[in-house]
Design a protein around this ligand. Structure first.
Ligand code: ZN
Ligand code: ZN
Length: 292
């Protein structure tokens, strides 16, 4: 380890490359304490640049660990928790990229993590969200705690780094005016879950697509992509479906009144392709996934 504090700050960022390898500092349990120590020393010395480097290291580490945790939750079938965790990572990644240009070769895997967050989100069945409309009564700056009003503020810029901390606005007093149900909400956390008879939240969603991929992906950094298309199958394969149930072609008609007597049915199909490593081969490679 070098004794030059600026070099040490740079090293703590560099050590977080290749998080998929056991040799990456991402897996070093002592690293968060070393970063915190380095940052405290930089702030004490009044070195903004060095403090910002430690902030970068903190954020990169939080995103890498957070994304690996989301993947663990996906594997374990904790789908709603994984959704919230992916959302947290996405917000941290946006904030980091505002202040830090990712390495060209993506050695921190931030580009990969960003792509994979969006791909996982697309597999989720959530389409309806609650979006609260909030009246912000008192907003303060996180750096100086100065009050922010429509007429002026303290001079700190939201999203910038001061003394190794990012400036954000803290809502100290607010009132919820209304809650609307929207398709593209600002906060994706607020998924509509039903209330069960005992008052606890019931998760009524079908996570078949998420589970299909999570079961086959071998690690958080195993890249894959999905394409939505159609596939034509012999109607014989659907002969155990009830005639009065919905037709698998998703026409909205009953199966008996639609494709039941045709020789083939064209059904929606989600094709998942893995890049690099083979998917877990103990599971069937192909599976018919019906939406709706
Ligand atoms: Zn301020
Ligand atoms: Zn049909």
């Amino acid at each position: 380890m070098t004794s030059d504090p600026h070099k040490r700050a740079l090293e703590s960022v560099a050590a977080l490359r290749f998080p998929e390898l056991a040799t990456s500092a991402t897996h070093d349990a002592a690293l968060p304490a070393r970063i915190a120590e380095g940052k405290a020393a930089a702030v004490l010395a009044g070195d903004e640049m060095q403090a910002a480097l430690y902030w970068q290291a903190e954020m990169i580490l939080a995103i890498q660990i957070g994304y690996v945790e989301a993947f663990r939750q996906l594997k374990a079938g904790e789908f709603y928790a994984a959704w919230c965790q992916l959302e947290r990572c996405e917000i941290q990644l946006e904030l980091l990229i505002k202040n830090f240009a990712p390495l060209e070769g993506d050695e921190h895997r931030l580009g990969l993590i960003g792509r994979m967050i969006r791909r996982w989100q697309e597999l989720f069945p959530y389409r309806v969200f609650f979006s609260p409309e909030i009246l912000k009564k008192k907003i303060v700056c996180s750096i100086c705690k100065g009050r922010i009003t429509p007429r002026g503020n303290c001079g700190h810029v939201k999203g910038q780094i001061y003394q190794g901390e990012s400036c954000h606005h803290i809502i100290e007093e607010a009132e919820i005016l209304s809650i609307s149900i929207v398709e593209n909400p600002v906060q994706r956390y607020s998924v509509a879950l039903f209330l069960g008879p005992d008052g606890t939240q019931v998760d009524h969603y079908n996570y078949g697509n998420v589970k299909f991929v999570a079961d086959r992906a071998t690690s958080a950094f195993h890249e894959w992509f999905s394409e939505v298309g159609t596939r034509t199958i012999a109607t014989k394969l659907a002969e155990n479906l009830a005639a009065e149930g919905p037709c698998p072609c998703l026409s909205g008609k009953a199966f008996g009144a639609c494709c039941k007597d045709a020789p083939t049915i064209t059904v929606p199909h989600l094709q998942i392709s893995f890049i690099g490593d083979e998917p877990d081969s103990t599971l069937p490679k192909d599976e018919l996934i019906l939406n709706g």
